[in-house]
Design a protein around this ligand. Structure first.
Ligand code: ADP
Ligand code: ADP
Length: 219
């Protein structure tokens, strides 16, 4: 269970971007979070993924309250989350080849021996050919880079996936392909999903339920 309870968060304590937001994702559930641009969805998603410390409120992961965020969070908690953002180029290290981008979380957690097998498996799943894997982020398209970002998010087999406008920059066929990869991953692992977006039709199609921002925030 992923439970956001009365979360207030932002970048300025006097004017928080998120006020008193509550949202629950059950194990294995896919929840879509819908709302207009700038309402605070990304900020809340970053709190849920342990990437942004809230000013107040509680995040419970499988019943355990999270007390530390970002690099201070225990590794076991951090690695339970796979996160994909809207802007693949901003989140990708320009020096890394796609293969190393995908493998980095494995190397960072001391699982080098798993790299070749897991990278091959994921590249196949997201539809990246071996020649694309040797390229750097600026040498591939947005769609190809987002495929690599999704593979990277799945490489440690997270129990929770947070997709923040994952397909907003992509064409219809790449969108469908990446949504299918997430669906296959969830079917195989029972992972939960929080998908942030602004397109209700798309969220309704790949989520069990879609909640509107207005019903998430009390303020
Ligand atoms: P959404 O995902 O719904 O578009 P965001 O969570 O990105 O909303 O943004 C909520 C508010 O917080 C907006 O007013 C935005 O300008 C502001 N904001 C987002 N990121 C930052 C940041 N890094 N620094 C300061 N303000 C930010
Ligand atoms: P950065 O944003 O570069 O990681 P900070 O050191 O300001 O730099 O904070 C890192 C993160 O660590 C913050 O986003 C916050 O979530 C978390 N954090 C900061 N101070 C504490 C603290 N005293 N206890 C737990 N977590 C903290």
């Amino acid at each position: 269970m992923l439970e956001l309870r009365a979360i207030t968060a932002g970048y300025d304590r006097r004017a928080p971007a998120v006020r008193d937001a509550s949202l629950t994702v059950a194990p294995g559930e896919a929840v879509g979070l819908l709302g207009p641009s700038g309402c605070g969805k990304s900020t809340l998603a970053r709190v849920a993924a342990l990437l942004h410390r809230p000013d107040s409120g509680t995040l419970l992961v499988d019943g355990a309250p999270v007390r530390r965020w970002r690099h201070r969070a225990p590794r076991a908690q951090r690695t339970a989350f796979g996160v994909v953002f809207q802007q693949p180029r901003l989140s990708a290290d320009p020096r890394l080849r796609l293969t190393d981008l995908i493998a980095e979380p494995l190397r960072a957690t001391g699982r080098r021996e798993a790299v070749p097998g897991r990278v091959t498996e994921l590249a196949d799943a997201v539809g990246l050919t071996p020649d694309l894997l040797t390229r750097r982020p600026h040498e591939v398209s947005d769609g190809q880079l987002q495929r690599a970002c999704l593979a990277r998010a799945l490489v440690l087999r997270p129990r929770w996936l947070i997709c923040d406008e994952m397909t907003a920059m992509l064409d219809a066929s790449t969108t469908a392909a990446l949504v299918a990869v997430v669906e296959d991953y969830r079917a195989a692992t029972g992972a939960g999903l929080l998908a942030v977006g602004h397109d209700q039709t798309l969220l309704d199609r790949w989520c069990d339920r879609t909640v509107h921002w207005d019903t998430v925030t009390a303020a």
